[in-house]
Design a protein around this ligand. Sequence first.
Ligand SMILES: [Zn+2]
Length: 254
Amino acid sequence: MIEIVPIPAFEDNYIWLIRNGTSAVAVDPGDAGPVVDYLQRHHLRLVAILLTHHHGDHTGGAAELRLRFDIPVYGPRLEAIASITHPLSEGDLIDFTSLGCAFQVLDVPGHTAGHIAYYGINSLFCGDTLFACGCGRLFEGTAPQMHASLAKFYALPDDTGVYCAHEYTLENIRFAKSVEPRNTALIAREYREHETLSLGRPTLPSSIGLEKQTNPFLRCGVPAVIAAATRFAGHPLVDPVDVFAAIRQWRDQV
Ligand SMILES: [Zn+2]
């Protein structure tokens, strides 16, 4: 049976490990140490690494793990990451027979220019593109690009597990409430996530369905979000891309 487990790294990163009883694949191992510890403790063999984008807190441990285990490193074709052995872009499919799972690659530029995501086993590994109740900063891409990337996620089934790379949930909910103070799903989520964190558990994975209900960046066509974005911009906004751009700009200021 396949399990997906979070390995906490740095201050608030999660390295996701997709594992069965014998083998594992690591997603965005920014640090090799905690991954090696986990593998040793559970007697697992690392068979591959998946990278979503070039930032050091996602790639920093890849070279060491690749050397240590002599394994392939998959990652974005459009980004210069030295440890990659198998460059990928949208339409590519990777099949891990030892784990019995396969992933489809999606191009999701916005946070970085060549960011990719992995979708398979009813799960989405989205790096820093989508967060619980938030989305990644636009370091290299444009608002239309990020909006289009998020639209690809929006089209996935509601029960898709969303495995984001950071524990930003409560902070994001605080902002989301300033956009939609009357969103009851959001208020209920805040209460729930507080509980989860107080028990020492991650608030992830989320799901596409929950993000559709509570994430302002996926709700740019909702009247309350359009109204809030319009107030922020100081002039009427109609196009969902303009709404998205305003909400992103607002988020960057708080
Ligand atoms: Zn990043």
